[in-house]
Design a protein around this ligand. Structure first.
Ligand code: ZN
Ligand code: MN
Length: 254
């Protein structure tokens, strides 16, 4: 029997058996978005998928196909839509995709769902997608959904070890030390640090302006810095996320 934890890599009888055994299903939420000169566009897909794979393996769960498009990239958190290759969904469409996948999982008798987000702009539209799914399914249904953003699981000790000079904050971390380090740990073939430009950190207005002021986003697309990224730091962050999520799943779904 296939030992993949990815739902789409199994046959239907294998999926049926797992679901009837009460397996939790993990749904990673990604984006196709620029991540500087030094990384591929699929960072926000790779990271939550890798975390879900590890947690599903440790807890007997399944990983549903990652949603590869995210809610519209914003200049102050992802560089915005101007970069070649960034492909956005509107918040409305994104939340409907989340809704439909959750409704389908429920129809397939999944009763425990973990939505793990990897893209900053997906936060509220993913909450809305879950709310819409519950509107459709019914609030009294036997269904538990957990939703989280992987960067919330970095322990303060780890953040202090990585940023002894102070943490720039998650919005500015786009394509910077945290994401670059995790990518170096899980997909070093998609990272080339020799191509990183060092034109950050971004200095943003504390408000949004339309039309966009393009000069605010560093031309590289990296909002903070890549200096100090390493696979070792990526492993620390992965250990935090995977460890915490295994604890949460075991506690919530015991
Ligand atoms: Zn990202
Ligand atoms: Mn992103």
């Amino acid at each position: 029997m296939n030992d993949s934890v990815f739902l789409a890599e199994l046959s239907w009888p294998e999926v049926e058996q797992k679901i009837s055994g009460g397996a939790a299903v993990f749904l990673p939420l990604g984006a196709t978005e620029q991540h500087g000169h030094h990384m591929a566009l699929n960072v926000d897909v790779i990271i939550p998928t890798a975390i879900c794979e590890r947690v599903a393996r440790a807890t007997g769960g399944l990983v549903a196909p990652t949603i590869p498009y995210g809610n519209r990239s914003q200049p102050r958190s992802g560089g915005g839509p101007a970069f070649p290759g960034t492909l956005n969904l509107s918040a409305h469409t994104f939340s409907l995709v989340v809704r439909d996948v959750i409704v389908e999982l429920y129809r397939q008798k999944v009763r425990r769902i973990v939505v793990l987000n990897g893209h900053y702009e997906n936060i509220w539209p993913s909450v809305e997608g879950i709310e819409l799914a519950l509107d459709a399914i019914g609030r009294d249904a036997d269904l538990t959904i957990l939703r989280m953003d992987h960067w919330e699981f970095a322990r303060p000790e780890t953040i202090e070890r990585i940023f002894p000079e102070g943490y720039p904050g998650i919005e500015l971390e786009h394509a910077s030390v945290l994401e670059t380090s995790i990518m170096l740990a899980v997909r070093p073939d998609l990272v080339d640090l020799s191509r990183a430009l060092h034109d950050g950190p971004a200095k943003f207005r504390p408000y949004d302006r339309f039309p966009r002021p393009p000069a605010e986003v560093p031309p590289s697309g990296v909002l903070s810095m890549t200096e100090g990224s390493s696979a070792e730091k990526g492993e620390w962050l992965l250990a935090d996320s995977v460890g915490r999520l295994v604890e949460i799943v075991n506690e919530e779904f015991k």
